[in-house]
Design a protein around this ligand. Structure first.
Ligand code: IMP
Length: 209
């Protein structure tokens, strides 16, 4: 089947672009990203949920470019903090917070807290210009450590301890992390369904293979 049209990744992040390209390499779809277009207006990530933000990003990009678009949104939810930092994960300590500042704020918030269970969540959304969207979700359950451990990865990785492998995300190789992470799981789900996604896109875009 030939989609005959591109799928635009709604991100400028080179790491994410490479991951998605690798994931969808075997499929008959032309992967592009925001890097292939000049500057386009930025969408504000002000939704209450990961779904809201992922749909907002993919829908906005699809409408602006007139092409189907794929976006993701992710973050950490700590049970004892009522799901915080959640959609504010990147901006937990401040608007332009560093990973270090976010981690220190989280450690402080967890001082003396017994229930340290937490989960990472990743939502992928694919939108077409008329507005319809498909959603895929992946989660990974773990525990907030008492100190930063490990040097790999980014964000909250040094504080996110994954009991089955007895290490934090920051102590894992990227291959190891991708196998079990929220993003890896959401991507695996998308990949498994991608044939159906192509049919869905063709129907919405009026392409008849
Ligand atoms: P975004 O979905 O790329 O906007 O990520 C939101 C924020 O969630 C990041 O800035 C990190 O703070 C956090 N986050 C999401 N995924 C991970 C991960 O795999 N490891 C560590 N932190 C993550």
């Amino acid at each position: 089947m030939n989609l005959d049209r591109p799928l635009v990744l709604a991100t400028q992040n080179e790491g994410k672009i490479a991951e998605f390209r690798g994931l969808l390499a075997g499929f008959d779809v032309e992967i592009r990203s925001l890097k292939d277009y000049g500057p386009i207006p930025q969408v504000e990530e002000d939704g209450d949920t990961f779904e809201d933000n992922a749909v907002k990003k993919s829908r906005f990009t699809a409408r602006v470019l007139g092409l189907p678009a794929l976006a993701d949104d992710s973050g950490l939810m700590v049970r004892a903090l009522g799901g915080v930092p959640g959609v504010l994960s990147a901006r937990y300590a401040a608007e332009d917070a560093t990973d270090e500042a976010n981690n220190l704020k989280l450690l402080k918030a967890m001082e003396g807290v017994e229930d340290r269970s937490a989960k990472f969540v990743c939502v992928l959304a694919i939108s077409v210009p008329p507005g319809a969207a498909l959603l895929y979700e992946g989660t990974c359950e773990g525990v907030i450590a008492h100190e930063l451990t490990g040097t790999q990865g980014f964000g909250y990785d040094p504080l996110f301890y994954y009991p089955p492998l007895e290490k934090t995300f920051a102590q894992m190789s990227s291959e190891e992390k991708n196998r079990i992470s929220h993003r890896g799981r959401a991507m695996a789900e998308l990949k498994q369904e991608f044939d159906k996604v192509l049919i869905w896109l063709n129907q919405r875009l009026g392409v008849h293979p």
